[in-house]
Design a protein around this ligand. Structure first.
Ligand SMILES: NC(=O)c1ccc[n+]([C@@H]2O[C@H](COP(=O)([O-])OP(=O)(O)OC[C@H]3O[C@@H](n4cnc5c(N)ncnc54)[C@H](OP(=O)(O)O)[C@@H]3O)[C@@H](O)[C@H]2O)c1
Length: 164
């Protein structure tokens, strides 16, 4: 999908979260997330929305859930959400969690992954994907509490056919 991107922070084993919380709280990663997604549409599953606890400011917030979720635009069905995302201009970021990443991995033009060179116990994982199909560009690198991380932009080598 045109201007559809994925953004996530993952451990070496693709761990994303545990007990509804993030595994890593890296301030440079949070800052990168904020500046990258600002003024765009952010799309998330209900559990991720609840873990954030409020709509993200200065962004259009959209939640996928089979229930009504207070204070935010909610879609109950992926096909209706798809149609909505295709109909709006501008950048759309899938911000988690695992179910939403899995759903949109094949439709995302780029992945923005903060890759932490360590692991922590997790109960939610980013899906496996074939890194050979992407060009990887390091945007930032650093160290957090003795653990190295890189913020990488993965761009598809072959553009998606359906860029509607
Ligand atoms: N490291 C990162 O970058 C990152 C980013 C985001 C989240 N996380 C972590 O990931 C965890 C949450 O992720 P998660 O995968 O457990 O949950 P999630 O994807 O955020 O939310 C799952 C919920 O989304 C709704 N949903 C999913 N598929 C649906 C469909 N086809 N139709 C309608 N609704 C659908 C359902 O909500 P209902 O149950 O309401 O129907 C489902 O329970 C937390 O630990 C969070 O901290 C990490």
């Amino acid at each position: 999908m045109k201007e559809l991107y994925i953004i996530a922070c993952i451990s070496q084993d693709h761990g994303l979260g545990k007990a509804g919380d993030l595994l890593w709280h890296i301030s440079e990663d949070m800052q990168f997330f904020r500046t990258t997604t600002l003024d765009s549409t952010v799309v998330m599953g209900r559990k991720t929305y609840e873990s954030i606890g409020r709509p993200l400011p200065k962004r259009q917030n959209v939640v996928l859930s089979r229930q009504d979720v207070d204070g935010v635009t909610t879609y109950r069905d992926q096909s209706v959400l798809d149609a909505f995302l295709k109909s709006i201009p501008g950048k759309k970021f899938i911000i988690g969690g695992a179910s939403l990443y899995q759903m949109y991995l094949d439709q995302a033009e780029k992945l923005y992954l903060t890759e932490v060179a360590s692991t922590k116990p997790a109960d939610t994982y980013f899906p496996e994907f074939n890194r050979d199909n992407y060009t990887r560009k390091v945007l930032q690198s650093g160290e957090h509490e003795g653990v190295k991380y890189q913020i990488a932009e993965y761009t598809r080598k072959s553009p998606l056919n359906d860029l509607s």
